[in-house]
Design a protein around this ligand. Structure first.
Ligand SMILES: C[S@@+](CC[C@H](N)C(=O)[O-])C[C@H]1O[C@@H](n2cnc3c(N)ncnc32)[C@H](O)[C@@H]1O
Length: 443
């Protein structure tokens, strides 16, 4: 349970309700939910390319034969740009091999979401293993397993799946060795999510993306000809989505802090066959200056420049699932709202009157979500909160500075069931995420 948060004081920072007794049960449920993988795998489909679902069907049928199962998981297009894959049926039995491979916590989390085990994540492997033998994959929950362990690991560990060994000890451990590539080919994660990945398609055709991130693109709803600023864009997963939604016809400006990060956005755009994105390495907290002449020369930009601004803010990232290990301290957790406020200030300045500002985070804390919305509405009287449509996630938390009328305008993706808006299981069993949408009514 709440062991995933090393610092129990963090619980108080997540939801600052004065009556902590009242919300304690909710927070414990939230921690349990965070520790598990979502029940669905989601891929974003590149609308600019033709998508062939048969590749997935054929792959799943082959896996089904290997596993000696009788049927494949369900999969379907939720929308033309969103593919949903369900889990392997629960009544099909999985065998658990005796040989144990120990992997680090982030690798274990990836396996639970259907990934293979890559060499740098392998902490322990017995000496007498055979290539292609079947192994059980365990995640080290305490970071106490020494790299290269030869014997059984007896620390706190969690079974995350079974697979087939593709590398031996001499390829994984040794001085001056920097191993790369797949060390264990995952066959069946403990979550029963299918092992399907982007490499089965030409680069840029499909992208593994969490459903709320895709919803965020739908909220931006980019149209051809619109001037759109993506203030915190790297690696460009939402930037490429909004470009694709506009059929590569919006005028998108993407910013991130460093040249390296901007190169990632450019590579992503190229793989997706997108031309309508201009990228800049810049500090978005300073992306506004009235001495500037226009948006085409890059930041800083004049006031009232963009039809839409996406502020997908740097955040504490506590919505990631499964969250198996977390080193966040209360001090770190408290630091994010300050940069978010600075970014919000620039976002409001460069947004046109009548324009749309979309604020999002992949975290669960009140301060970074409802708290930011309440702060922005108080700080910028020119802003009005509008419905972040399509409203697919739940309403914002109560007791966090928003009225019920305001709570239903935002989207909080989490396990809560709020009578203000029932939410379909598909949109509840995602990562923790938050989206709010504002419009600027005057200067
Ligand atoms: C949540 S991630 C963005 C993810 C991205 N929108 C996507 O969907 O692929 C936040 C990003 O904000 C960037 N960032 C943080 N502070 C920034 C600043 N002052 N100016 C510009 N970018 C910043 C980080 O480098 C990071 O890439």
């Amino acid at each position: 349970m709440a062991q995933i948060l090393k610092h129990s004081e963090i619980l108080r920072e997540i939801r600052r309700n004065e009556n902590i007794e009242e919300v304690h049960g909710d927070i414990i449920n939230l921690m349990d939910w965070l520790a598990k993988a979502p029940k669905y795998t989601i891929f974003r489909i590149n609308k600019l390319r033709k998508f062939d679902p048969e590749i997935i069907e054929v792959t799943l049928k082959l896996q089904c034969e290997d596993l000696e199962f009788s049927r494949i998981p369900k999969f379907y297009l939720l929308k033309p740009d969103c593919l949903v894959l369900e889990r392997w049926p629960d009544d099909e039995n999985m065998t658990i091999p005796e040989t144990e491979v120990i992997v680090d916590a982030s690798c274990a989390a990836a396996v639970l979401r259907g990934a293979h085990v890559f060499a740098p994540g392998v902490m322990g492997l017995p000496t007498n293993c055979q290539l292609d033998s079947f192994v059980s994959i365990y995640g080290d929950l305490e970071e106490k397993c020494k790299k290269g362990l030869k014997v059984q690991y007896n620390g706190r560990k969690i079974f995350v799946g079974m697979g087939q060994l593709k590398m031996l000890r001499n390829q994984l451990y040794g001085e001056d060795l920097e191993p790369s590539g797949i060390a264990v080919h995952t066959i069946m994660p403990a979550s029963r999510l299918p092992v399907i990945n982007e490499t089965m398609y030409p680069k840029g055709d499909i992208l593994l993306q969490n459903l709320p991130s895709i919803v965020c693109g739908w909220v931006v709803d980019s149209q051809p000809g619109e001037a759109i600023l993506d203030m915190c864009a790297a690696p460009g997963n939402k930037t490429t989505h909004i470009a694709e939604m506009s059929n590569d016809k919006a005028m998108i400006t993407a910013i991130d802090k460093t040249v390296k990060k901007v190169e990632k956005i450019q590579a992503n755009a190229m793989a997706h066959g997108i031309k309508c994105i201009k990228c800049y390495a810049y500090d978005s907290t300073k992306c506004w200056s009235d001495a500037s002449t226009g948006i085409n020369v890059g930041p800083p930009f004049p006031s009232n420049s963009f039809d839409k601004v996406l502020l997908d803010a740097p955040c504490s990232g506590l919505g990631q699932r499964p969250l198996l290990l977390n080193k966040m301290t209360p001090k770190m957790l408290n630091s994010y709202k300050f940069v978010q406020r600075k970014l919000m200030k620039s976002a409001v300045a460069v947004l046109k009157v009548g324009g749309k500002l979309i604020y999002s985070t992949c975290t669960i804390t009140e301060d970074e979500n409802e708290g930011m919305v309440a702060w922005a509405l108080q700080e910028f009287p020119c802003l009005r909160l509008v419905a972040a449509e399509p409203l697919l996630g739940g309403p914002g938390w109560s007791g966090c500075g928003l009225t019920d009328e305001q709570r239903v305008l935002v989207q909080r993706f989490g396990p809560e069931m709020d009578p203000l808006r029932p939410v379909d299981d598909l949109y509840r069993d995602t990562i923790g995420f938050f989206i709010a949408c504002f419009t600027k009514i005057e200067n």
